[in-house]
Design a protein around this ligand. Structure first.
Ligand code: NAG
Ligand code: NAG
Ligand code: NAG
Ligand code: NAG
Ligand code: NAG
Ligand code: NAG
Ligand code: NAG
Length: 472
């Protein structure tokens, strides 16, 4: 159909055009970067010191049991403080009031639904609170408005990789910018959240000097971008970025976001690299699933749910590089040592990855150099129970989803006993996990155009929850 065609050509645009314009980028970058002095930190000159801001955050925290976004969502709090340096027209204030009132009504409706949910709404028990989630999702569909900054040059901004390992980054940016979704508003005064659509993956590709280990140019770009929007528009300064978000699947996105302290500490960062001991804050940040799109699509064997009676002769499967200490431990104990628990560093030539997943009961998902792994979503597609082997990983959509219902978490110190642990999972528990995987699949799917409850909408929903300042 026509819509499909449009999306396809956008996909091509998103992924192919990039390669033909590489040469232009560095010139354009220096142009866009030049209006801003490079060494001044915007934080130093802010109207309020960080210590003051943090004091206010702590004060708001004490007054609010779910405090993470209090700074963003409690307008009366601002009015009471000396926090609002921007003169605003009275019509704008009225608009803000309306936005905050709408959010307050949404919060009340969600709290009410949280106690009224029923069992049939929670297939496989995958939701932490099904009633609250459905209500919150409905409220989001009714209300959420996202303003996407139009500033910044194409390629590094308004674009991202739509295939291979960072596809979740490009696909979200592309859907937000060019998709036909109803969440985007062109009126920044009626927005709940503000999206800065730069791509860290493209910054790495175009601004990073290979092997230099110097991420300063990336941080500088982000710093300049925040400076640009915070000087040109009033929105950033109102909350010091608390109602602004960035999104990236690149490993280096957390470091790059340090280019602006408020972006790092206050804004909503939607990241694949969601390592809670490296500054990822689950109260304000969102964990983004990593999805590997080979040539832009999910592997054909995993595109639809496998038949329920598919035979799974193998207990467990993993194949992947020796990246990081978790895999070192895994390989020490299991690499090519067991005919049921099959662990490879290099997949033998006669085997293919999706088929192995489809024929195994458990799929091991150890962290690599970073916490996230595209295996997790592939395992869910293959209905091969993901066995999460990671420390400090905040699982995607764990604000809504009950990961116990469709995955197994094994402590890294238990890797030596891994086979016994997997063998000990009772049949009825395994059947429940299968039901859970089947039910949760839709939340990890990328569609063009996006569909209700798919990954695009789940990402937006997580952002919506942060803006609402609610925990389900
Ligand atoms: C926002 O704050 C910064 C730093 O104090 C300032 O330079 C900038 O002009 C402010 N932006 C607006 C739109 O007032
Ligand atoms: C608001 O202002 C009143 C009066 O100045 C003060 O007592 C109160 O603590 C303030 N509230 C907050 C949240 O700052
Ligand atoms: C339970 O939820 C389902 C799905 O939303 C709904 O169709 C059904 O009417 C609800 N049942 C009760 C007793 O509320
Ligand atoms: C961000 O948080 C870190 C760690 O708490 C702190 O050192 C830094 O000063 C903070 N920056 C801002 C702008 O709040
Ligand atoms: C699975 O079920 C389908 C349809 O019921 C049947 O055609 C197929 O042969 C079965 N496969 C196995 C491996 O049992
Ligand atoms: C997560 O962060 C901690 C602290 O920096 C680090 O030790 C650990 O290796 C990280 N995990 C992964 C898988 O990178
Ligand atoms: C994992 O094992 C270590 C060492 O035995 C223990 O200290 C830690 O509490 C365990 N973590 C979990 C989540 O069980």
């Amino acid at each position: 159909d026509g819509g499909g065609l449009l999306y396809t050509s956008l996909g091509v645009l998103c992924c192919v055009l990039v390669l033909s314009v590489i040469a232009v980028v560095s010139i354009r970058f220096s142009v866009s970067g030049s209006p801003f002095p490079s060494s001044v930190s915007s934080v130093n000159s802010a109207a309020i010191t960080i210590a003051e801001l943090q004091k206010k955050v702590i004060a708001a925290t004490l007054a609010n049991p779910n405090p993470s976004r209090a700074i963003a969502s409690d307008l009366s709090y601002y009015r009471n403080s000396s926090f609002t340096p921007i003169p605003r027209k009275s019509t704008l204030v009225r608009k803000d009031d309306k936005i905050e009132e709408g959010l307050a009504r949404a919060r009340a409706a969600i709290r009410k639904a949280a106690v009224a949910g029923n069992l049939s709404m929670n297939p496989g028990g995958i939701y932490r609170n099904a009633g609250a989630f459905y209500q919150s999702y409905k409220e989001m569909e009714r209300k959420l408005k996202v303003y996407v900054y139009e500033d910044g040059d194409f390629i590094l901004v308004h674009n991202g990789p739509c295939k291979d390992i960072y596809a979740s980054e490009g696909r979200f940016i592309s859907e937000m910018e060019y998709g036909n979704n109803k969440f985007r508003t062109r009126d920044p005064h009626s927005a709940h959240v503000y999206f800065m659509p730069f791509s860290v993956a493209w910054m790495v590709k175009f601004l990073y000097v290979p092997l230099s280990y110097n991420l300063a140019p990336l941080k500088q770009y982000v710093s300049d971008y925040v400076r640009l929007i915070s000087t040109k528009y009033p929105f950033w300064n109102r909350t010091h970025g608390a109602d602004h978000f960035m999104l990236s699947c690149h490993d280096w996105a957390p470091v790059t976001s340090k280019g602006n302290d408020f972006l790092y500490n206050t804004s909503i960062r939607v990241l694949c690299n969601a390592n809670s001991s490296e500054g990822f804050n689950p109260q304000k940040d969102v964990s983004l699933p990593e999805i590997y799109l080979y040539n832009g699509v999910v592997s054909p064997k995993l595109q639809s749910p496998p038949p329920a009676n598919i035979s799974r002769p193998y207990l467990g499967f993993f194949a992947g590089g020796l990246h990081g200490h978790v895999r070192e431990t895994l390989f020490d104990h299991w690499k090519e040592k067991d005919s049921q628990l099959r662990v490879y560093q290099q997949l033998p030539k006669d085997m293919d990855y999706p088929s192995e997943m489809l024929h195994s009961v458990f799929c091991l998902c150890p962290s690599g150099y970073e916490v996230a792994s595209p295996r997790v979503v592939e395992a869910i597609y293959a209905e091969c129970v993901p066995v999460m082997l990671s420390d400090h990983y905040v699982f995607p959509f764990s604000d809504v989803l009950n990961w116990e219902a469709f995955s197994l978490q094994v402590n890294i110190s238990d890797i030596p006993r891994l086979k016994d642990i997997l063998l000990a999972v009772p049949d009825d528990k395994y059947m429940k996990l299968k039901e859970g995987m089947r039910a949760v699949r839709k939340h990890f799917e990328l569609n063009r155009p996006a569909r209700r409850f798919d990954m695009f909408h789940m990402i937006l929903h997580s952002i919506w929850l942060r803006r609402l300042n609610l925990r389900l």
